[in-house]
Design a protein around this ligand. Structure first.
Ligand SMILES: Nc1ncnc2c1ncn2[C@@H]1O[C@H](COP(=O)(O)OP(=O)(O)OP(=O)(O)O)[C@@H](O)[C@H]1O
Ligand SMILES: [Mg+2]
Length: 336
């Protein structure tokens, strides 16, 4: 059994304009100590899916199951869910200012997170906060615990946020675009930090991003979301070497490579659809370069392409089990 199993998850928001179908029938799972990448364009439902896993969506209609260690998060009492958050599932958001309180010292906030879940003295909690800040690479932690978030740089705030979410050593860390607001060098440092801490704590990670390049070096599995649906789910090497969904292929074609540089980046033409009025058939069909009549009329079912040693599947009428043997690089494993 996986640490986290999300089964047939749907989340929709009633609004004055109509029902926003933010997530529809999503399935994905993460094993203990492993990394799942969730990738998709802005508005594809990544954050809503993660917030639902944490039991944090409000005003939504939710169906399906979110099994964490075999227990359904959606069916839990709010008290139990609160205990789960922080202690067993940590979360890092895109904007750390939304999670760090501006009026409290950083050290106090991390210590408070410890005290909310464990019976320890203030002094002990403060020491843990300091150790955690040191671990995430904040210089001079003894002084920094006494500072307020505004005294930290953006990258340091992100590190402080990671320190706070990891101080209770959760089994699962959900990192929702943890580096989008940061410059490229700091981005790479934060990703490396998460990888390193994942190894130290044997922690599972869900890494949410709109950039397939970010998860290329770290994910074991990748879920590609489009218009609220998981349109492809695969082991990383299969996703990169034998993508099955035209949308995944489009995302890959828009990645800079060493040989191509950034010079001739393909873009996926068009825009994602409104989640209030999805097109009939496959949601991707208006943008799909290989669209057929059937795609316009019938919604594709999720086809398993899983072979002997491969986990892969896609929601596309044209998906075929890839001839993996003709991709010798795929056998070698990690993508550069
Ligand atoms: N509380 C809400 N009420 C109504 N609609 C919502 C609500 N929260 C999210 N949505 C809608 O759900 C859809 C999915 O949003 P979500 O935040 O999950 O996208 P995302 O994939 O995380 O995008 P981004 O990459 O920009 O963060 C969007 O169309 C958004 O407007
Ligand atoms: Mg988001």
């Amino acid at each position: 059994m996986s640490l986290l199993e999300v089964k047939d998850l749907s989340v929709s928001f009633p609004t004055p304009d109509g029902l926003v179908r933010a997530v529809q029938g999503a399935n994905f799972s993460v094993d203990a100590g492993k990394t799942l990448g969730i990738v998709g364009e802005s508005g594809s439902g990544k954050s809503v899916a993660c917030m639902t896993v944490m039991g944090l969506v409000r005003g939504a209609r939710v169906s399906g199951q979110v099994l964490f260690d075999g227990r359904d998060v959606l069916a839990m009492r709010e008290d139990d869910r609160r205990r789960l958050r922080g202690a067993e599932i940590g979360m890092v958001f895109q904007d750390p200012l939304s999670s760090l309180h501006p009026l409290y010292k950083v050290g106090w906030q991390i210590a408070e997170a410890v005290r909310a879940h464990e019976r320890v003295s203030w002094r002990a909690a403060q020491v843990r906060a300091m150790e955690m800040l040191a671990l995430v690479g904040i210089p001079n932690p003894a002084r920094r615990v006494e500072e307020y978030p505004y005294q930290f740089s953006g990258g340091m705030r992100q590190r402080a946020m990671i320190a706070m979410s990891l101080v209770l050593q959760p089994k699962l860390l959900i990192a929702d675009e943890p580096t989008t607001a940061l410059d490229v060098t700091v981005q790479a440092q934060i990703i490396e930090l998460i990888r390193q801490l994942q190894g130290d704590f044997a922690m599972a990670v869900i890494m949410v991003t709109h950039d397939l390049g970010v998860v290329a070096g770290m994910a074991d599995h990748v879920a590609v979301m489009y218009a609220g649906k998981v349109v492809e789910y695969a082991e990383r090497r299969h996703l990169y070497y034998t993508p099955a969904h035209p949308y995944t292929k489009g995302l890959l074609a828009s990645l800079p490579t060493r040989s191509r540089g950034k010079a001739r980046l393909a873009q996926i033409a068009g825009q994602p659809p409104s989640l209030i009025s999805l097109p009939p058939g496959c949601s991707f069909h208006p943008r799909c370069p290989v669209v057929t009549e059937r795609c316009r009329a019938e919604e594709p079912t999720f086809l398993s392409l899983t072979g002997d040693d491969a986990v892969q599947g896609a929601a596309c009428w044209l998906a075929r089990p890839p001839a993996r043997a003709v991709h010798p690089a795929a056998a070698k494993g990690p993508v550069p």
